[in-house]
Design a protein around this ligand. Structure first.
Ligand code: AHR
Length: 542
C-alpha cells in the first residue's frame, strides 16, 4: 500500500513537470514563431516551349459524380418545388449558379454502389416507389429525384449525362428499356410514356457506365463473369437518339480499383477481349476508381490536422500517376491506338465522417489540402491526356471531396470548388510540355516534389500556366522562360490559406478564396512569387 502511494506521488510529480515543460515549450515556440521571418523563397526555373504541343486535355476530366448518398442529391440538389429555398422545378438555384460557373462537363449518376441497385421505373411518373438505400445508411430513398429531375438538373447547369446502368441486380432488358425510354425519338410505347411524363423529345446520353465496381459492391464478379455480362449490355443497351448516331454515346466498362494483381488481371481480361472484339459489342472507355485514403476505414481527419497528415495525404495522392501508367501500359498492349479511354470516374480524398454526422453519409470537410490534392490530380490527368479522357471527382455536393456543402438554405463553396473554377481555361486546351526542377519538400521521412506545373493553350490560342507550391512553409519564386512567344505579362488567380487545414464553413465561407496575382516580364522572363501551399493559374499576355 505504502509503495503504491509513493509511486502515485512520483507519477503526479512527473506529470506536473511534463505539463509544465510542455507549456514552457509551447510558449517558447510561440515566441519564436511570432518573431520568425518567413522562410526564404525557393527559386525555380521553369521553361515552356510553345512550339511543342501535347494531347488535348479532354474537358471531361473535370466531370462530377452525384450519387444517391447522404445529402448529395436530397438537400444538395433537390429541395422540391414547394421548398422556401429558391429553386427551379425543385432544383436549388444557388447550387445551379455555382456549378454553371465551373462549367461542369458531365455528371455521373445515379451511383456508385447505388446504381447497381437502382430500378429506373421507381423514379418516373406520378407515383414514385419508396425504397431503402441499403448501401448508404439504410435510409428512405423516396425516388423523387429520378430520370426527368436529373435531366432537368444537368440541363440547368449545362452538363452532359453520364448514366450508369444496373448490371449488378438489374437485367439487360431493364437497362435497354431505360435507354429506349430516354432516347427514342419515334413513337414507341416507352417514348410516349416519356412524353406523357413531360419530355416529348429524346434526351442525350453522352456517356453510359456498364455497371459500377462489379468486382465489389456491384456483385463481386470475377473478370470473366463481368466480361460476359458487359458484352450483353454493350450489345443490347442502345441509344436511339437520332442526333447521337454520329457523335455516339461512349460506353464505359468497369475497370480497376487499384494496382494489385486482382486489378491488373481485370484490365488484362477486358482489354484482351477488346482487342479481338466482334461487331456485336464494343466499349469506348474503361473506368478506374482510386481514392486517397491512406488507411481503411478512412480515419484521417478532414479538418483540424497538422503538417504530417498534410504530407502523408499528398504523398498518397501522387500514386495516381503510377496507377494510371500501370493500367495504361496494359491498355497499350491491346489498344496501341488508344481508342479506349481510361476514365477515372471516382477519385478524391476520403476521410473520417464529420463527428456527429451519419457515418453512412460520408460527410467531410474540405480544406486547403484538398485544393492542392485536386490540383495535383488534375495535373496528372492532363499529363496523361492521351489516355485519360474523363474523370469524375467524388462527389459533387455534401459527400466526400465535395465542391459544395449545404445546410438547409446555407451554402459554402469549398477550396476544391475554387480549383475547378480556376482550371476552367484548361478544358479542351492543348497541353504544352513544361520543364523544371521541382525541388523537394520534406516532412519527417516523407519527401514530395516541392512544385508541380502544367501549361496549355486554350481553344482561342491563349497560353495558360498552372503552378502548385506544395511546400507549406516556404514561398517559391518561379522564373518562367517562354520559347515561341514574346511574353509581356501574366495575370490570374492564386489560392492559399493561413494553414494547411484552413476551411470554408457556414460561419466563415471566404477563408480560402482565390486572389488576383500578376507579373510583368523582365528580360524575356516572367517571375511569379507564389505563397506557400498555393495553387496558381495565370494566362500569359503577349
Ligand atoms: O463514392 C462512394 C462509393 O465509393 C461509391 O458508391 C462506390 O462506387 C465506391 O466504392
Amino acid at each position: 500500500m505504502a509503495s503504491t502511494f509513493a509511486s502515485r506521488i512520483e507519477n503526479l510529480i512527473h506529470r506536473v513537470l511534463t505539463v509544465e515543460r510542455g507549456v514552457l515549450l509551447a510558449v517558447l515556440s510561440l515566441a519564436l514563431t511570432a518573431n520568425a521571418p518567413l522562410a526564404a523563397a525557393q527559386k525555380i526555373e521553369l521553361s515552356v516551349d510553345v512550339s511543342k504541343t501535347g494531347a488535348k486535355i479532354d474537358r471531361n476530366i473535370f466531370g462530377q459524380f452525384a450519387e444517391h448518398l447522404g445529402h448529395g442529391i436530397y438537400e444538395g440538389i433537390w429541395v422540391g418545388p414547394d421548398s422556401p429555398i429558391p429553386n427551379t422545378r425543385g432544383i436549388r438555384n444557388d447550387v445551379v449558379a455555382a456549378l454553371k460557373a465551373i462549367k461542369v462537363p458531365n455528371v455521373r449518376w445515379p451511383g456508385g454502389c447505388f446504381a447497381d441497385e437502382y430500378h429506373w421505373r421507381d423514379g418516373i411518373g406520378a407515383q414514385r416507389v419508396v425504397r431503402l438505400n441499403p448501401n448508404w445508411g439504410g435510409v428512405i430513398e423516396p425516388d423523387t429525384f429520378g430520370t426527368h429531375e436529373f435531366m432537368d438538373f444537368i440541363d440547368q447547369i449545362g452538363a452532359d449525362a453520364y448514366v450508369s446502368v444496373n448490371v449488378g441486380s438489374g437485367t439487360p432488358h431493364e437497362a435497354a428499356d431505360w435507354l429506349e425510354y430516354m432516347t427514342a425519338a419515334q413513337q414507341t410505347t416507352l417514348a410516349k410514356e416519356r412524353a406523357a411524363n413531360g419530355h416529348p423529345g429524346p434526351y442525350k446520353i453522352a456517356r453510359l457506365g456498364l455497371g459500377n465496381e462489379s468486382w465489389d459492391c456491384g456483385g463481386n464478379m470475377t473478370p470473366d463473369y463481368y466480361l460476359s455480362q458487359m458484352k450483353i449490355y454493350s450489345r443490347f443497351v442502345r441509344n436511339y437518339n437520332p442526333e447521337q448516331q454520329k457523335q455516339q454515346m461512349l460506353k464505359i466498362a468497369v475497370g480497376p480499383g487499384g494496382g494489385e494483381s486482382r486489378w491488373t488481371d481485370w484490365t488484362e481480361t477486358i482489354m484482351q477481349a477488346y482487342q479481338h472484339h466482334t461487331w456485336s459489342w464494343d466499349i469506348d472507355g474503361l473506368s478506374m476508381h482510386s481514392y486517397t485514403v491512406v488507411k481503411w476505414p478512412p480515419s484521417y481527419k478532414s479538418f483540424d490536422f497538422g503538417e504530417t497528415e498534410y504530407a502523408q495525404i499528398l504523398k498518397s495522392t501522387l500514386e495516381m500517376d503510377d496507377l494510371i501508367k500501370k493500367h495504361s501500359a496494359i491498355m497499350d498492349k491491346y489498344d496501341p491506338q488508344k481508342k479506349v479511354a481510361l476514365i477515372v470516374d471516382e477519385w478524391g480524398g476520403w476521410y473520417a465522417p464529420l463527428p456527429g454526422s451519419h457515418p453512412g453519409f460520408l460527410l467531410q470537410q474540405n480544406s486547403l489540402r484538398d485544393a492542392i490534392l485536386a490540383a495535383l490530380n488534375l495535373n496528372i490527368f492532363a499529363r496523361n491526356a492521351d489516355r485519360v479522357r474523363g474523370a469524375n471527382i467524388a462527389q459533387m455536393i455534401n459527400v466526400l471531396q465535395a465542391m459544395i456543402l449545404t445546410d438547409k438554405e446555407k451554402i459554402v463553396l469549398t477550396p476544391t470548388y475554387y480549383v475547378f473554377k480556376m482550371y476552367v481555361p484548361f478544358q479542351d486546351a492543348t497541353l504544352i510540355p513544361v520543364t523544371f526542377d521541382a525541388g523537394t519538400y520534406a516532412r519527417d521521412d516523407i519527401k514530395l516534389p516541392r512544385v508541380d506545373a502544367i501549361a496549355a493553350k486554350d481553344t482561342t490560342g491563349k497560353l495558360w500556366l498552372e503552378i502548385t507550391n506544395v511546400d507549406p512553409n516556404a514561398p517559391v519564386e518561379v522564373a518562367v522562360s517562354l520559347t515561341g512567344i514574346n511574353a509581356k505579362s501574366a495575370a490570374g488567380e492564386t489560392l492559399t490559406g493561413a494553414k494547411v487545414d484552413s476551411i470554408n464553413n457556414f460561419d466563415a465561407p471566404n477563408t480560402v478564396v482565390p486572389k488576383p496575382i500578376s507579373a510583368k516580364a523582365q528580360s524575356g522572363k516572367l517571375t511569379l512569387k507564389l505563397d506557400p501551399k498555393s495553387v496558381t493559374v495565370v494566362s500569359i499576355e503577349q
